[in-house]
Design a protein around this ligand. Structure first.
Ligand code: ATP
Ligand code: MG
Ligand code: ZN
Length: 507
């Protein structure tokens, strides 16, 4: 009997890698073995394959069946090998005539009845197939959008094994046409125009989004910090195709794409709770999964009540905040996940919550310092803007007239980002917040008066070099929002204003 070798793929981290499924059936004592570093989840595949073949009206051979997953040195997990194994058996036993199988990449989980279930990782797998010049894909119907969203992929999507057998025999199906882009993270019911007043904070968030700067909002309870942060995604532009692929890959391998969701085109917004563990935040675990910081890649990580997070959990953020990627080493392997996100942090300014607000603060200086010191200086150092959110007084609520919509703010953010994209075209970065000292020198020149002002502030507050760079970067973003080539004094003054809170209160 012939041996057959079908293409499938596995993934490690967020990268796919081609696996071939060799099936060999011989006379001998009936047995069914899967070899090639398959873990228990793959071994379970045997029962599903056997039942689904029988329940789809085919015969399961009572012979010696050996399935080899190659390359043998790569660890393989998951249920997506069910389908290629089943097809391999059907081809080997002459129940299916599939001559051009080398042109296809095949994956899917089978149920006992022979229906195909959605699997994880289809997006990186499809990309890997295309990279290896395989254009045709046989996938579960529920993964059709994901697979077909890749340019050049012919996706054939099915609900069960019988349909596949029919397709292979008659070739009567056109590739699935990609229909949907997903707008996950864009809630049509949220808009900045819902927020009364708080113009200063809204503006700070606009600046942060324009230059991808990390921002900390401090303010008394009920002042609208959480409310505003949740509206930030509404002022961010759509993702480019490349960024959208990066994000969707992460959601694909973590199983966070819903049934038939295609490419994610809106920047992610993640809001991990302050009880989150280190692993859920940075990723890892036995199966080397990405954590919240990678799910926030190309989008926003919102750490609400940031001082309630455990100190060690916040500390592990230092390295990824700097490097924009996280490398995880475990006995089960080594993977790297991207995590280039913008951070929004929100906190009360002191234990009683009222410091620097209209209401009296009952905390001592010491208590306040101790409270805020949980945000260690390396984390503080990575925050570009600080903004204070005050409670609204009765009059401002009464006098409130509808303010700007998210759409208008987003337009300005988009324009400022376009300017940066053009500016940094050959520099390998996208945003002002990513400028190194050479680029800061080149793009953040100040006029005479501005220089004098900055010098004065620098010595008065004993600023660090890092703070100095941040002020210049933020000034650059404010100038970009103003569509101004040069950084004017007014831009610098606004940037200084976003450091005032920590300069006055905490340094
Ligand atoms: N500026 C505002 N405009 C409209 N509604 C507001 C505003 N500020 C607060 N609210 C209302 O008050 C509720 C509480 O606000 P929110 O939860 O955002 O406050 P917070 O600053 O996050 O408070 P805490 O420090 O307790 O977390 C909001 O859900 C909203 O209904
Ligand atoms: Mg809140
Ligand atoms: Zn207080």
């Amino acid at each position: 009997m012939v041996a057959v070798k079908l293409n499938t793929s596995s993934f490690l981290g967020i990268e796919g890698s081609i696996v071939s499924v060799e099936v060999d059936i011989e006379r001998g004592l009936p047995s069914f073995n899967i070899v090639g570093l398959a873990d228990t989840s793959v071994k379970e595949s045997k029962e599903r394959v056997r039942a689904s073949i029988i329940n789809s009206g085919f015969e399961f051979p009572i012979k010696k069946i050996v399935v080899n997953l190659a390359p043998a040195d790569m660890k393989k997990a998951g249920s997506l090998f069910d389908l290629p194994i089943a097809l391999g058996i059907l081809i080997c036993t002459g129940q299916m005539n599939f001559n051009d199988w080398e042109k296809f990449l095949i994956l899917g989980e089978l149920s006992l009845s022979g229906t195909l279930n959605k699997v994880r990782g289809v997006l990186p797998i499809t990309l890997e197939g295309i990279r290896n010049h395989i254009k045709n894909f046989i996938v579960p119907f529920e993964n059709a959008e994901e697979c077909s969203s890749i340019k050049g992929a012919n996706c054939y999507a099915f609900e069960n094994l019988k349909q596949i057998a029919y397709f292979i025999k008659y070739r009567d199906l056109m590739p699935y046409k990609h229909k949907r882009k997903t707008s996950k993270f864009l809630s049509p019911s949220l808009d900045f125009s819902d927020v009364f007043g708080q113009e200063g904070c809204k503006r700070a968030l606009e600046v942060a989004c324009a230059g991808n700067h990390n921002i900390l909002m401090a303010g008394p309870p009920g002042s609208g910090k959480t409310m505003m942060a949740k509206r930030v995604p509404t002022i961010l532009p759509d993702l480019s195709y490349e960024k959208s692929l990066e994000v969707t890959k992460i959601y694909s391998v973590t199983g966070n794409l819903n049934v038939n969701e295609g490419l994610i085109i809106r920047p992610p917004f993640r809001n991990p709770h302050h009880t989150s563990t280190t692993i859920s935040l940075i990723g890892g675990g036995n199966n080397l999964m990405p954590g919240e910081i990678s799910l926030a890649h190309n989008g926003i990580l919102f750490l609400d009540e940031v001082l309630e997070f455990k100190k060690n959990v916040l500390e592990v953020l230092r390295q990824p905040l700097e490097e924009k990627k996280i490398v995880i080493n475990r006995a089960s392997g080594r993977v790297s996940f991207p995590c280039n996100f913008m951070t929004i942090m929100a906190t009360n300014p002191c234990p009683c919550g009222n410091f620097a607000s209209e209401k009296p603060c009952t905390c001592t200086d010491y208590e306040r310092r101790r409270y805020i010191s949980k945000l260690s200086s390396p984390i503080m150092d990575r925050i570009d803007l600080f903004t204070f959110v005050n409670s609204l007084d009765f009059k401002s609520i009464q006098d409130y007239k509808k303010s700007e919509s998210s759409k208008l703010i987003r337009k300005r953010v988009e324009n400022a980002r376009k300017i940066q994209k053009k500016r940094f075209k050959n520099q390998g970065i996208y945003f002002n917040s990513e400028m190194n000292s050479v680029l800061i020198k080149k793009y953040c020149e100040l006029g005479g008066n501005s220089l004098k002002l900055l010098e004065k502030v620098y010595s008065k507050y004993n600023l660090t070099t890092r703070a100095y760079s941040k002020i210049l970067k933020v000034s650059r973003t404010i100038a970009d929002l103003d569509l101004s080539e040069s950084i004017k004094e007014s831009h610098l003054i606004e940037a200084l204003h976003y450091r005032k809170f920590i300069s006055d209160n905490f340094i």
